[in-house]
Design a protein around this ligand. Structure first.
Ligand SMILES: [Zn+2]
Length: 87
């Protein structure tokens, strides 16, 4: 099961009209999609060359950083890129 299957399964079981919109801690509800890259060193790269693997993330429009609820799902988001928006 990939990410899309999980999302589709969730959407067919949950009525999203009753779910609250989730905002950043400073009351910002708009997020932009952004891309981060992981550098794969030549030593472990399957091609033997330096490679970059793209990862889709979301950033808060207010502070330009990754909101904590998304960073938690990433697991390895660098602390300096996590939004410090606080209530
Ligand atoms: Zn923010």
């Amino acid at each position: 099961m990939d990410q899309n299957d999980i999302r589709n399964a969730m959407q067919s079981q949950i009525d999203l009209s009753t779910a609250p919109w989730h905002g950043c801690e400073q009351g910002n509800y708009l997020f932009d999609s952004a891309t981060m890259f992981k550098r794969i060193s030549p030593i472990v790269s399957p091609t033997g060359n330096e490679e970059f693997a793209a990862a889709e993330v979301v950033v808060c429009r207010k502070c330009g950083k990754i909101p904590p609820f998304f960073a938690e799902k990433m697991g390895d988001c660098p602390a300096e890129h996590v939004s410090e928006c606080k209530k």
